[in-house]
Design a protein around this ligand. Structure first.
Ligand code: TYD
Length: 205
């Protein structure tokens, strides 16, 4: 029986989720919760090695999907499940919705195969809440720092991110109870206020 909370943060690159993740990590720590902040792909030594390959080496979409689910399996078994079992609040920067959005939507990979991998790897585990930072890819692209060296995904064109965004929203429409959509095109303080409202309504703040 899971005792903790599993909260994931999703959205296209440049949606601004990291700033709000930082703030919530602090708020929940101050409220006395054990907070485990982690990310995907990654979160364990093995999964971080796979992340390096995933972000920088050329590969086909099935290989991408298998690598990210392999990393996820290790992350769930060694970090997420043990943390939830001891009552921690796990805040994860991206999870399986990103695979449906980027490999499914962006790359056009078969969502049925992704669904099969999801059920093998997760064995019923789903986030309690997913905050989806939604915004127009043109605005997101303008926010991404020009100084930063883009990874294989950040280097994609706007049409790719339109497909990623649409796949995220399709996933949200299929599982509305799990998701909260954050309108991330607003100023940062307004985005923070939207998050506060949603979390208060859900009894999480
Ligand atoms: P991201 O989490 O945005 O980290 P950073 O902010 O340090 O760049 O980068 C991870 C990238 O990997 C992002 O572009 C989305 C992509 N990704 C997938 O394609 N599929 C997945 O399943 C996950 C978790 C991420």
């Amino acid at each position: 029986m899971t005792k903790g909370r599993f909260i994931t943060f999703e959205g296209i690159d440049g949606a601004g989720k990291t700033t709000h993740l930082d703030a919530l990590e602090q708020a929940w720590k101050q409220a006395g919760h054990e907070v485990v902040r982690t990310r995907e792909p990654g979160g364990t030594p093995l999964a971080e090695k796979l992340r390096g390959l995933f972000l920088h080496d050329a590969m086909d979409p099935l290989t991408e999907a298998l690598l990210v689910f392999a990393a996820r399996r290790d992350h769930i078994q060694t970090v997420i499940e043990p943390a939830l079992a001891r009552g921690a609040w796990v805040l994860c920067d991206r999870f399986t919705d990103a695979t449906f959005a980027y490999q499914g939507g962006g790359r056009g990979f078969d969502q049925t195969v992704l669904g099969t991998l999801e059920s093998w790897v997760q064995d019923g585990l789903q986030p309690d809440l997913t905050l989806l930072f939604d915004l127009d890819p043109a605005i997101a692209a303008a926010r991404l720092s020009a100084a930063r060296q883009p990874d294989r995904f950040e280097a994609q064109d706007q049409a790719f991110f339109e497909r990623v965004r649409a796949a995220y929203l399709a996933r949200q429409q299929a599982q509305p109870a799990r998701f909260a959509v954050i309108h991330a095109d607003q100023p940062q303080a307004d985005v923070a206020a939207q998050i506060q409202t949603i979390l208060s309504q859900k009894g999480l703040l």
